[in-house]
Design a protein around this ligand. Structure first.
Ligand code: GUN
Length: 286
């Protein structure tokens, strides 16, 4: 039987800490951390995410700035808005909800955000800083995974860490963070040979490939730490991860459930980045 890593519980305790830090910042300096969230179009999942970010801001005492733009917003209009927000001292963090409608160029939009306000850590400057281990912000999902490992007292140094998935948002930065903590890291993807054997060597297995129940018990070492970043729907339209929880849980040492595992951490990490951004932009040390 695995120990269940509760993202809900860890997230709640991090938020308590952030709430206190925010109150202290407001008290001492009058600065309210400001997060601008830009949503273009009507993607239903994105609308839910944006609403949750808004609620998190309210919970922690941040100042939310919300921009809901029409489906037909032009590249120029979006860049103009980002430019205004880059210059607004009340806005400390800027997040453009992805995916953007097809006619917009995602890369140039993300590159236009001031790196000091890039609380998603998607700008190449912030991505590069993660590579060299000198960063201000970590991308929210990998940062959430690290927080879960630390909160569970899991040692990373010297462990075989296998990351399944090589996306810019999760797999690549996740691998860098584990490497920085002296894990021996293997990155797997759709072309990896002997995926099953490689996964079965993992002491820590992080899965982010977006395929429902892809990781089965035969791919997991007895006692391994299994972190499931996936959010999918199964054949009955029920939420499920990239890991076949039913079969893997009895074999794992630790496992994150879906929902209630990595998911609750991501917005909390976004809030942590925004608070840090607010402090940095005002010359306040952590
Ligand atoms: N859409 C899905 N995940 C994310 C994320 O982490 N950041 C942004 N900006 N959009 C997303």
């Amino acid at each position: 039987m695995a120990q269940i890593i509760s993202g809900k519980a860890v997230s709640a305790s991090v938020r308590e800490e952030l709430k206190k830090e925010t109150a202290a910042l407001i008290e001492s300096s009058g600065i309210y951390p400001g997060l601008a969230v830009i949503l273009v179009g009507n993607d239903p999942a994105s609308q839910v995410y944006v609403r949750n970010k808004q609620l998190a801001c309210e919970e922690l005492g941040f100042h939310p700035f919300e921009y809901k733009l029409g489906e037909n917003t032009t590249q120029e209009q979006l860049l103009d808005l980002i430019n205004v927000l880059n210059k607004d001292p009340k806005v400390h963090g800027i997040l453009v909800q992805l995916p953007l409608p097809d006619h917009l160029d995602e890369q140039s939009v993300l590159y236009s955000i001031d790196p000091a306000k890039d609380v998603d850590a998607f700008h190449p400057m912030n991505v590069g800083r993660i590579m060299i281990g000198s960063y201000s912000f970590l991308p929210c999902t990998p940062a959430g995974v690290m927080e879960l490992l630390d909160a569970s007292g899991i040692e990373i140094a010297g462990k075989n860490c296998v990351v399944v998935g090589r996306s810019n948002i999760v797999g690549k930065p996740m691998s860098m963070l584990l490497l920085q903590r002296s894990g021996t890291v293997t990155i797997c993807h759709s072309k990896t040979k002997n995926l099953k054997e490689v996964c079965a060597e993992a002491d820590i297995l992080v899965v982010a490939i977006g395929k429902p129940k892809f990781i089965t018990a035969d791919m997991v070492k007895e006692g391994a730490v299994v972190i499931d970043v996936g959010i999918n729907r199964d054949e009955n339209n029920k939420l499920c991860g990239d890991v076949d929880y039913e079969s893997v849980e009895p074999k794992a040492g630790y496992i994150t459930p879906v929902p209630g595992g990595v998911g609750p951490m991501t917005i909390t990490m976004l809030m942590k980045n925004t608070l840090r951004a607010a402090k940095m932009q005002n010359g306040i040390e952590d």
